[in-house]
Design a binder for this molecule. Sequence first.
Ligand code: SF4
Length: 326
Amino acid sequence: MQNNNDILVDVRHLKKYFPIKAGMFGREVGQVKAVDDVSFKIKRGTTMGLVGESGCGKTTVGKTLLRLYEKTDGEVYVNGKEIFTLDKKELRSQRHRIQIIFQDPYSSLSPRLPVGEIIGEAVKEHKLVPPDRCDEYVTKIMLACGLQEYHKDRYPHEFSGGQRQRICIARALALSPEFIVCDEPVSALDVSIQAQIINLLSDLQEEFGLTYLFISHDLSVVEHISDTVGVMYLGSLVEYADKKEIYSNPLHPYTKALFSAIPMPDPTLKMDRIVLEGSIPSPANPPLGCKFHTRCSECMHICSKEAPPVVDFNGHQVACHLYAKK
Ligand code: SF4
C-alpha cells in the first residue's frame, strides 16, 4: 500500500504562463501557456519520464519545479514542503536537495574553473562537509561518477562530451540531492556514449536513493530508465501511467502516434507509423476544447467544444473524450 511518505514530488495543477508584451510601454497583450494545469506524483527512489515534441512545455515543468521560474498557479510539494511558500532563506537551505542536469554539458560548465573546484564550489558554500574533508569528499563523488582523482586539476575543455556530462552529474550529486531533474541529459551526446550515461544515472539512483524527473524526446531512452511516464502536448499532460502499461497499451491518440515512431530493433518487422498532420499550434493561442483536436485522426464533434476530462483506469490516466464515461 502506498503512503504519503512514498511520494517525494507532488505537483498539483501547475501553471506557468509567460507574458507576451508589445508596444513602446511593453503592455501585456497575451500569454504563452507553457504549462497549463499539470498534475503528477513521483514516488521516492523512482524515475518519471516526461515526453512530448519540442515546445510542449516539458522543460518549463522541470525549471518551475526547481523554482528557476516562478509559477503562475498551482502547488509543488517536495518532501511534503510546498516549495513556492519557502522564503529566500529557506529556499537557499533547501536548494541543494533539488538539482538539475542540463542537456548541453559544454555550456553548463564554467571554462575557467578546474573540475575539482566546479564540483566542490557549492559543497563549500552549503557547508555540506567540514572544510578539511571537502577534497576527500569530492574525490569520492568523482569516482562514483566514473571520473578519476587526477581529473580534478583539469579544465572542462580537456574532456569529451560524455566525460563533461559525468562532471555535471558529479556536481549535482555532490550536493547530496534527493531529487534531480534530468533535462535531455543525453541528447547532445554520441549514441555510443548515451548508454554509459544512462547506466551511470541508474547506478547512482540505486546507490544514493535518488528520484529523477527524466525529460526527453527520445522514447527509447525513456523506456529504458523510467518507472512511470507522462506525455505532454501543448502544455498539458495528456497521458500518465506506469512505464510497462503505457508502452504496451497507449490510449491517447497523440501517445499512439508518438510511440508508433519508435524504431524497431528488428528491421524485418513492419512499422505501423501514425503520421501526425500539421504542426503544433501556438501555446499563445491553443485550440479550444481538446488542444490536440486540430491534428487528431479520431476527432469527434465534442472535441473542439469541450476540454476532455482526465479518466483514470487503475492509475493509467488519459485526457481524451474517447474514454470519458457517458
Ligand atoms: Fe482526439 Fe478528441 Fe481524444 Fe482529443 S479528445 S485526443 S481530439 S479523440
